[in-house]
Write a protein that binds this ligand. Structure first.
Ligand code: ZN
Length: 211
């Protein structure tokens, strides 16, 4: 914990003074352009990957970058999506999975999660992706896992479209959805091309989007 506190001290002493104007401007209002949904994994840092300043990204993080479908008893993720879209008026939503994801690994290996009932229940929101993954053959465990991460991104893009605020945004063309896959080792990002279902390097295809 000590390094975390020392980090804050460095922020307060060295970083904040250079960004006083930004924080003053942000002190009474925010207007983020993008809702960024990603895994809680410590190696995936949205602001670092997108070089975003405070105020730019509205972030949801959880195990497996999951967005439960909208239902009669909406939870915290649903409330946060609704607030981002209906109140803050974000124009884009990114759902970003990543390589070596522990949640997706548990699914592909059919790990016994009896001792982790909350995790087991949560990962049920990825059942559609799991079913697709299990219906296919892969050359290696790594290939199966990478495919699962992508299939899960696609599944969560479907889930988020069941949220009324998102459905309205898509219908009225005020909202665009993006599906990303971050590779930790290479630092590369793949993006889903919604027209073909393929994930392509974002670097070479910065214009593509999912929905
Ligand atoms: Zn993960």
């Amino acid at each position: 914990m000590q390094d975390i506190i020392e980090g804050f001290i460095r922020f307060q002493r060295d970083v904040y003074p250079q960004q006083i104007a930004l924080f003053k401007r942000l002190s009474t209002a925010q207007s983020p352009s993008t809702l960024f949904v990603t895994c809680s994994d410590s190696r995936v840092v949205p602001e670092l990957l997108t070089q975003a300043e405070p105020g730019a990204l509205f972030v949801i993080r959880n195990a497996g970058n999951i967005v439960p479908s909208y239902g009669p008893e909406p939870g915290g993720v649903s409330a946060t999506v609704e607030y981002a879209v209906a109140v803050l008026g974000v124009r884009d939503i990114v759902i970003c999975g990543h390589s070596d994801c522990g949640a997706m690994t548990a699914i592909t290996r059919c790990t016994n999660l009896e001792h982790l009932p909350a995790v087991a229940g949560w990962l049920r929101h990825a059942d559609a992706a799991k079913a697709i993954n299990q219906s296919r053959t892969y050359d290696s465990d790594r290939a199966r896992l990478d495919a699962m991460v992508k299939q899960n991104v696609v599944a969560q893009l479907s889930n988020i479209r069941t949220h009324p605020s998102v459905a309205v945004g898509i219908a009225n063309k005020t909202l665009q959805l993006h599906g990303w896959f971050f590779d930790i080792e290479s630092g590369g990002m793949l993006a889903l091309d919604g027209r073909t279902g393929e994930f392509l390097p974002l670097l070479e295809h910065p214009e593509i989007y999912a929905v």
